[in-house]
Design a protein around this ligand. Sequence first.
Ligand SMILES: [Zn+2]
Length: 385
Amino acid sequence: MSSVFDNLVGQEHISEILRGAVAASRMAEESQEMTHAWLFTGPPGSGRSLAAVAFAQSLICPDNGCGTCNDCNSAKTHGHPDVEIIQTEGLSIKVEEVRELLTRVAWAPSMGGWRVVVIEDADRLTESAANALLKAIEEPGTRTVWLLCAPTLHDVLPTIRSRCRQLQLHTPSLKAVTNVLINRDKIAPSMADFAAHVSQGHIGRARYLATNESVRSNRKTIMQLPLQLGSLASAFQAAQTLLDLATTMASALSRECDEKEVEKLQEAYRKGATGRGIATGGAKAVKELEKEQRLRLTRMVRDSIDGALLDLATFYRDVMMVQSGNADSIINTDSREIIESYALNSTSHSTIYKLNAIMEARANLSRNSAPLIICESLTCKLAKP
Ligand SMILES: [Zn+2]
């Protein structure tokens, strides 16, 4: 029989624990295995929110998470009355949002099972929002389960994480990612292998790259950037290219969602429309939605720049591999020639400096600094001989 846990790639130990918890949840109110608050941590792409949602499904599904029944499907698509999945489009989750959430989940579960709340970006809770949540986690309703997700333990307030059972996910092996791309997504083996390698175990990125010609061509452009950094002028030019590419990719993605959402909302208002009051209500709702969509776009551009910076980092990482005599272990096998010639014409000392500069830029990006300035400051450092 299929199970939602089958989709968790390379996380066998986590699946095992969660299956145990589901079994325990059917037996007793609370036990060592089944607690009311969980914290899923793991690097981007390890599937921490996937794991949390799978757990939510298995708690409310009559077949322990079959993945095909009505309960499983509606839980995943935000249609189940007892499952709340909180996804942030903005850069932070504010205290008002948490308070509103708490009133929503104060009711007993409608289906008599569990009420499950998944917070996908618990690291984006503001301090006051986290404190509001803390009280709920300390004294949960007897049938409420909180599933928080964050990159690392340190991204969550100590008071919160000490009350959660912690599950640490790991980046799946390249082999595991390659196999999923081949077997589940029907991607040709050579493409799957390439995508898994250059995405370094990030399944979402790997699939996106493998199935998207334009993403692959953008990546190529990014990998050429280090070769074009001969002067300060070219550094500023490269920063602009980086930002333009990221913005184009993010806009294309968000436009698709935007249009569908507005249509859906207008449709909902049209159905009940009888007078002017509802017409203005609809216009107001569309305005609200558009504001949220702008916030999402900002976040998507940042994520997209971060992805480009990671690609750049693999370039310099490979250069360092060549410089240290490990040419066999380079990631970007498709750019071997340019990597080897770059390695010949620079020192390992400067490669380390450049890798550090990229990591610093990524940190600044997550701290909300202006994207263009981050890119410019980075490419100027990368342009140093
Ligand atoms: Zn099911």
